[in-house]
Design a protein around this ligand. Structure first.
Ligand code: NAD
Ligand code: UGA
Length: 434
């Protein structure tokens, strides 16, 4: 049993805190957002993440997990041997990562720590941030107390955060001090995963390179999808055929409306920014971003191809979240698609099983519907934007009957073109060679 403080109660911080508690440790989770902490203290989750609430409640009940807004309580109360930083690192000016929250966390850690600490950085941060964090902590200490900084990038996905945390493909640890990294490695031993220990900067780079590679795979298959459309091939079959090659792998070859979310967009841009500032020319990464931008626009082009003028057309968006099983709408393709449609003069409606409250705040002009059938009523077209399972099992004949025109743009290839045409839809998937 170790004593751990986790700074930040977002997707990563909360998952890390709850899972580390579940592994038998005592964990205090600190967040500056009083509303979030108040909810968590009542055992309620501020985010939608399958399976997480149960783990949070179980560990609170066992007194292994607590929540506070006080750094003093979180760090000195236990007292913690490890402090994990898991605050946000959003996109800043010119794509550079905005490190203000990391800075605030480092400052507060330095100010309050009254005993030696291992500071573990889980936030995705530019290469060199570990050294910068160490400088900040040192500059804020009232008296010199030893501490060590370890980079421990997180690779979990939203929607399967708990599973990913508990079943990682690898744990990456980077530090200038091998002993400190090995102490962090001990925390992860119950997960029986590969643990790689490297230096601080390399660990930070592994995170960016991994996200950039996954985004590249998706942009690659989206480009192939567009070529498939021109040449009459089916990208789903192409991806399957490629995926049998172990060197390629089938994962992340689903063509669609492009990648979104709180990480790929900001991380690829942050990597490009780092590269450019240091005199490199990241041509591939720039193309990856451009392909992704165009991929969202293609949905609107497809609609215009069929409906011609979108003015006054009622378009229903099936899905708002950037991916299924999350209520996160940060950089969700749906936001951009809705914006483009509104600019074309369309009436935009939407339905999402969990993301509507978040989306309503940023898309006040979009009409939110109670279910997919209300969405379909009188619609001139439906666009599948998020591949929620429930959309795969819709009563399609009923949907068709409700629509004014039976047009479906399947931005996630969840339906089979032949079946949709048999049902009488005017159907367009992505890269499905019609
Ligand atoms: P988030 O926005 O969901 O949560 C961040 C939390 O930090 C918020 O609750 C905020 O109130 C809190 N916070 C901000 N400043 C603080 C401070 N000074 N002290 C205490 N709390 C503070 O962010 P997230 O999605 O959990 O991402 C966190 C980091 O992890 C980012 O760097 C992100 O790139 C990385 N990451 C995210 C994911 C993911 O799937 N979301 C996966 C891997 C890595
Ligand atoms: C991604 C990575 O998968 C995680 O390893 C990483 O830890 C995380 O970013 C992060 O750094 O935050 P996440 O953004 O939660 O996780 O979700 P993904 O499942 O990777 O999906 C990202 C986007 O790509 C979604 O919009 C999804 O719809 C899209 N996608 C994914 C495709 O269009 N095609 C695919 O084949 C896979």
């Amino acid at each position: 049993m170790k004593r751990i403080c986790v700074i930040g109660a977002g997707y990563v911080g909360l998952t890390t805190a709850a899972c580390l508690a579940d592994l038998g440790n005592r964990v205090a989770c600190v967040d500056i957002n009083e509303e979030k902490i108040a909810m968590l203290q009542e055992g309620r989750l501020p985010i939608f993440e399958p399976g997480l609430e149960e783990i949070v409640r179980r560990n609170m009940k066992a007194s292994r997990l607590s929540f506070t807004t006080s750094y003093e309580e979180g760090i000195n109360g236990l007292p913690a041997e490890f402090v994990f930083i898991a605050v946000g690192t959003p996109e800043g000016v010119d794509g550079e990562a905005d490190l203000r929250y990391v800075r605030m966390a480092a400052e507060r850690i330095g100010e309050v720590m009254d005993h030696p600490l291992i500071i573990v950085n889980k936030s995705t941060v530019p290469v060199g941030t570990g050294d910068w964090v160490a400088d900040i902590v040192r500059s804020r200490q009232r008296q010199p107390i030893p501490f060590w900084v370890v980079s421990n990038p997180e690779f979990l996905r939203e929607g399967s955060a708990v599973y990913d945390f508990m079943n990682p493909d690898r744990i990456v640890l980077g530090s200038l001090d091998r002993e400190a990294a090995e102490k962090v490695a001990q925390l992860y031993l119950p997960l029986r995963s590969t643990i790689m220990i490297t230096d601080l900067r390399t660990a930070e780079m592994i995170k960016y390179a991994s996200n950039a590679f996954l985004a590249t795979k998706i942009s690659f298959i989206n480009e192939i999808a567009n070529i498939c459309e021109a040449l009459g091939a089916d990208v789903k079959e192409v991806a399957a055929g490629m995926g049998y090659d172990k060197r390629i792998g089938r994962a992340f070859l689903d063509a669609g409306v492009g990648w979104g979310g709180s990480c790929f967009p900001k991380d690829v841009k942050a990597l490009i920014h780092m590269a450019v500032v240091h005199g490199c020319h990241p041509q591939l990464l720039q193309a990856v971003v451009e392909i992704n931008r165009d991929q969202r626009r293609r949905v609107v082009w497809k609609l215009k191809e069929i409906l011609e003028d979108l003015r006054g057309m009622v378009i229903g968006l099936l899905g708002l979240a950037f991916k299924p099983n999350t209520d996160d709408i940060r950089e969700a393709p749906a936001l951009e698609i809705a914006g483009l449609l509104l600019r074309e003069g369309a009436v935009v409606r939407a339905y999402d099983p969990v993301a509507m409250p978040n989306a309503a705040r940023v898309l006040p002009q979009v009409i939110m519907c109670a279910d997919p059938y209300e969405l379909a009523e009188g619609a001139d077209a439906l666009v599948v934007v998020t591949d929620w399972n429930e959309f795969k099992h819709l009563d399609l004949p009923r949907i068709k009957q409700l629509m004014r025109r039976p047009v479906i743009i399947d931005g996630r290839n969840i339906y089979e073109p032949e079946m949709m045409r048999e049902l009488g839809f005017i159907y367009r998937g992505i890269g499905r060679g019609y």
